[in-house]
Ligand binder design. Sequence first.
Ligand code: ADP
Ligand code: MG
Length: 346
Amino acid sequence: PGASYGVLPRPCRALVLLNPQSGAGRALEDFQAVVQPMLADADITPTVFVTERPHHAQEKVQDEDLSQWDVLVVMSGDGLLHEVLNGLMERPDWEQALQTPLCILPGGSGNALAASINYYAGNDHVAKKKLLTNCTFILCKGLHAPMDLVSLSTASGKRFFSFLGFGWGFIADVDIDSEKYRRLGNARFTLGTLQCLVRLRIYQGRLSYLPAAPPADTLLVPLGQPVPPHWVVVPEEEFVCVYAIYQSHLGTNLLMAPAARLHDGCIHLFYVRAGISRVALLKIFLAMGRGTHLELNCPHLHCVPVRAFRLEPRGSAGVMTVDGEALACEPVQGQIHGRMCRVVTG
Ligand code: ADP
Ligand code: MG
């Protein structure tokens, strides 16, 4: 795997896709004050493309001559990187396009990949400007490594690529309901969590998955017994929340999957069964700040490493999210694709 690591050339030509509306609306200011001086010292030349509307970045990378750039930098939240990734996937030369290293600099209110990369690099947990400084320093060092992606397809025929997570129920609700508090930055999620706890709901549906590491002998069962079904179907069909995450962090202050790494070939599937009390759910979210929620041994919280999953909601109430972006609620399935793109990492 060592050979799969690369390093950015010097001088380095960086296309910076920047969403001026992300987070508290200070991405451009922060870029000029914090990022630009550091890049200059590291012989990285940024060309800034300021997005004017949703899908602008996606369209930009769809027919960009990528040979001009050594790295595509996204200065925004996870949402803009989701656009860039899907723009690259729409290109006829997507396979080659995905070899262009991507870099995330936290400028948004949801900066889960930036927080994950800061964590993988072994840095202390930080937020805001300190997280931006750490991520810029990682870019200045210029190491890049493969990252797993997940493909998601829906009953209505949509297909997405995702680098962070898929959610339904509680976490998806918090994510989308709290968008109106984007100006609060990361605090939007704390406020959103408390609000959603007050009107806690149950979502009905069927969840199935292909376990990541079945023991070797599952190929054999005693003669005369039915063969084991390849997939696991979760027996309960009432959930408070389903979240499939493939990075460590759900948000700057939420260490949801401490064991996750950029290319571990794994989807970390979390689900919370109905019947959990509000207090127990709150405890889970408080513990997630330090990544100790699994140690609570809450009987309603499940976490399984999987390679693929399918979620069939009963009815279309509620929202789903991909990398924090809203999706209409419908049957959806996804699978991991190992080491599909490259990302700048510590
Ligand atoms: P945040 O973490 O603050 O939500 P994101 O990077 O997730 O930041 O961006 C949120 C949304 O803003 C994305 O869906 C993106 O398409 C959209 N967007 C991008 N550029 C603009 C713009 N200039 N004005 C408004 N919305 C934009
Ligand atoms: Mg967002």
